[in-house]
Design a protein. Structure first.
Length: 152
């Protein structure tokens, strides 16, 4: 049994082949990405970064977690040169946030001074000694760029 192809069927097949081979349509330009982060959280984020900078924290990295985690909107990671400096940076940061935002915060790990964790609600702050920071490597886990060590 043979199948007969009519002229109309051949024309339809040729048109379909041409449309598949045609140039793809230009993609629409992407709309600007809106950060769904409230202004109060952004203000707190700026306060944290300024406080860390004022206290001479090193290698400050801020990771935007919006869309990656429901725990927080930002994770801020910084280093202090010694256990004493790590504790002092954490203590000053807690005082500044409490005074400005009116939140009562606690700093976990301040007594040891190797790694201090501060949960400021929508922002989590980690302050490390450089050796401990290198061991846990949180930036790599969250996909952030790791700052290059300063040349001596």
């Amino acid at each position: 049994m043979t199948t007969r192809v009519t002229k109309t069927a051949k024309a339809t097949a040729k048109t379909a082949a041409k449309s598949r081979a045609a140039k793809p349509k230009a993609a629409k330009p992407a709309a600007p990405k809106k950060t769904g982060i409230p202004a109060a959280v952004q203000k707190l984020h700026k306060l944290i970064l300024k406080s860390l900078d004022d206290d001479k924290a090193e290698d400050i990295v801020s990771i935007d977690l919006s869309g990656k985690s429901s725990v927080a909107d930002y994770m801020v990671i910084a280093s202090g040169r010694s256990s004493r400096q790590v504790g002092a940076i954490a203590e000053h940061l807690v005082e500044r946030i409490s005074a400005t935002a009116g939140r009562k915060l606690r700093a976990e790990g301040k007594a040891a001074g190797d790694w201090v964790l501060i949960d400021a609600g929508d922002i989590v702050v980690h302050i490390f000694r450089p050796e401990v920071r290198g061991f846990y490597n949180l930036e790599k886990m969250w996909g952030a760029t790791i700052p290059e060590p300063a040349a001596a």
